[in-house]
Design a protein around this ligand. Structure first.
Ligand code: NAD
Length: 354
């Protein structure tokens, strides 16, 4: 792998390889951009086929965090860690404490949190060695980010409704929610409380039963959800829901949900644009969790955090304004929103202050 060529391509700042033989730690911390502030991004614990695959994943994810944090209006840069290993077999107190010491050695340039394969308990171990960790419970921690993410997605959906129908009320709107896990179930609660009509699906039937019982939702099979007649499709399962097989099935006016990487390829964003389906870019609408966790850096206060998450409404509107201004699809406009903020704030910080 031509590592410096790769780093130059997207202007990465720093990559740190961390090794501890006793605990078996093999971690890669990637810091993409700290123009706006310290790099914040979770720690992924995953089995990778090769070391190169792990490095590329850390780099790709850290750059994604730069965009997500910037578009969310945070004074936070983008970073991410991957730890190579099996999350079911290789995790230990010693490993996370060894990792915590490496995080500490960066002096606050990088702040970590949970991600796929890591838990609140793992963050507690890291916290024993460094204060540069978020997503803990108690001691000023913000706890489970999923309700915050769901709250932000709800606000983002309302912004979409405003643009599509000049009215942000979701009362009587038919909304298909795919995936009723931690975020999806909380989103359903907000939508039902506002009077939306829910169509729901999940591969786990128990999750479906709960939402049907609670909110009188209509249940459909997982492969039927793409083609149901609805106003809004809210993907809250895994990524790549908009792909070659599904793109022609949608009968909705809006696609807006919590899932990461909703578009399998950028071309699918172009296709939605051509079909007149309004797409709320994933990293803008699903930023509630990171906004919530970043509030820990200011001393966590739930009311303040949720007031910031509510701004996802404005952020989504901001994306649509850029899309209209520049005549580009919304997924590209989201990147532009982030880049414009980084450039503007970066310039502000050029002024010398003693
Ligand atoms: P989760 O694992 O709790 O829930 C996902 C649900 O989707 C599960 O109930 C699962 O059974 C279901 N599912 C999986 N494949 C499916 C399919 N093909 N059809 C229907 N249902 C399917 O995850 P979560 O925390 O609720 O996150 C949901 C999505 O939102 C993920 O893409 C995640 O990356 C993204 N996200 C989550 C957060 C957060 O705060 N949890 C933040 C940002 C983004």
């Amino acid at each position: 792998m031509k590592i410096f060529e790769y780093l130059q391509k997207y202007d990465y700042e720093q990559v740190v390889l961390c090794q501890d033989e006793t605990s078996g730690l093999k971690a890669i911390i990637a810091i993409h951009d700290t123009t706006l502030g310290p790099a914040l991004g979770g720690t992924r614990f995953w089995t990778y086929a090769t070391e190169e695959e792990a490095i590329v994943d850390a780099l790709r994810l850290s750059r994604g965090m730069t965009y997500k944090n910037a578009a969310a209006g945070l004074n936070i840069g983008g970073g991410k860690t991957v730890i190579i290993g099996d999350p079911y077999k290789d995790k230990s107190e010693a490993l996370f404490r060894a990792f915590g010491r490496f995080v500490h050695s960066l002096g606050g340039r990088y702040i970590t949190a949970e991600d796929v394969g890591t838990t609140v308990q793992d963050m507690e171990y890291i916290r024993m060695e460094t204060p540069y960790v978020c997503g803990i419970v108690g001691q000023g921690g913000s706890g489970d980010p999923s309700p915050a993410t769901a709250y932000g997605v709800w606000q983002g959906i309302k912004a979409c409704a405003m643009v599509k129908w000049q009215d942000n009320s979701l009362k009587n709107k038919v909304i298909a929610v795919q995936g009723l896990g931690n975020v999806g179930k909380n989103l359903c609660r907000h939508l039902a409380e506002e009077g939306a009509k829910l169509i729901v699906t999940d591969i786990n039937e128990k999750n479906v039963e709960i939402i049907v019982d609670l909110y009188g939702a209509e249940a459909v099979k997982p492969d039927e959800v793409y083609s149901v007649e609805c106003d809004i499709f809210a993907p809250c399962a895994l990524g790549a829901g908009v792909n070659d097989n599904t793109i022609d099935l949608f009968k909705c006016s809006i696609i807006a949900g919590a899932a990461n990487n909703v578009l399998q390829n950028p071309e699918h964003g172009d296709a939605l644009d051509k079909k007149g389906i309004l797409y709320a870019p994933d990293f803008v609408i699903n930023a509630g969790g990171v906004i919530n966790v970043a509030e820990e850096l200011n001393g966590y206060n739930k009311e303040k955090a949720y007031a910031k998450i509510a701004k996802i409404y404005d952020n989504v509107l901001g994306v649509f304004k850029i899309a209209e201004r520049d005549g580009i699809p919304t997924y590209l406009a989201a990147e532009r929103l982030a880049e414009e903020r980084i450039n503007k704030i970066g310039k502000v910080r050029n002024t010398y202050v003693r």
